[in-house]
Design a protein around this ligand. Structure first.
Ligand SMILES: N[C@@H](CCC(=O)N[C@@H](CS)C(=O)NCC(=O)O)C(=O)O
Length: 225
């Protein structure tokens, strides 16, 4: 039985939810929207007044934070083993990475996107985009340090919410043409995580759903720029 309905735009943070669902074999319904729905699909504001993506409607509640939704799915579907439980050594580390991916890594990416791609030409700010690119790359230092031992996953020797959160930030960096500026440990981690079968399945699911629902399969960050 479906755990809820995900509202998703190709390439947006809601990819984290799709990836978690694909990795954990968690049934969800998927509604694809054009980006930005705030402008191109005004009816969406009745579901999420912020107009941001994702929205996930479950049990009559609308959730609008990508990692909270992933946490919800992992908790409701423990067989997925996407969460690290309190009695595992990496419990605290997993929580920290799961928040780090959005709060520390994706935050500067939103500024880069806005001022290098989404704003009309005359409102773009190359200096802001470059400053926040450097900020983002500097914030990858923690990941580089964690990868020094060549591990494949961030926590608990398996794919967890930590990888879903941080891995999406790296996918977005790839869309932003920043992959060549990754340090070696980050580059190796991204190569491994983006080759994970669940990641590949989630990308295929996203593309298939977009085409089936009449939405462009081009990731939103690549639509302009
Ligand atoms: N912290 C939220 C951020 C949501 C967010 O800002 N989503 C972006 C897409 S990745 C968005 O909807 N931007 C378009 C807009 O602000 O209208 C999350 O993790 O889901």
């Amino acid at each position: 039985m479906s755990l809820g309905t995900l509202y998703h735009c190709v390439g947006a943070r809601s990819f984290r939810v799709l990836w978690a669902a694909a990795a954990g074999n968690i049934p969800i319904d998927l509604v694809m929207l054009p980006f930005p729905p705030r402008v191109k699909h005004r009816d969406y504001l009745a579901i999420n007044p912020l107009g941001t993506i994702p929205a996930f409607v479950a049990d009559g509640t609308v959730m609008t934070e990508s990692m909270a939704i992933c946490d919800y799915l992992a908790t409701r579907h423990p067989a997925s083993r996407l969460a690290v439980s309190p009695d595992e050594p990496d419990f605290a580390a997993c929580l920290n990475w799961a928040h780090h991916g959005e709060a520390t890594l994706s935050f500067p990416q939103a500024i880069i996107l806005r001022y290098s791609r989404f704003e009309p030409e005359e409102r773009r700010l190359p200096q802001a985009a470059e400053d926040y690119t450097r900020w983002f790359l500097a914030r990858l230092r923690a990941l580089e340090a964690a990868m020094a031992d060549g591990r494949r996953f961030l926590c608990a020797d398996r794919l967890t919410l930590a990888d879903v959160s941080v891995g999406y930030a790296l996918l977005l960096a790839d869309y932003l043409d920043l992959k060549d500026r990754f340090t070696p440990g980050v580059a190796a981690y991204y190569a491994g995580i983006s080759a994970e079968p669940s990641f590949v399945r989630a990308l295929a699911w996203e593309k298939e759903a977009a085409l089936a629902q009449g939405i462009s399969p081009t990731p939103a960050p690549l639509l302009v720029g």
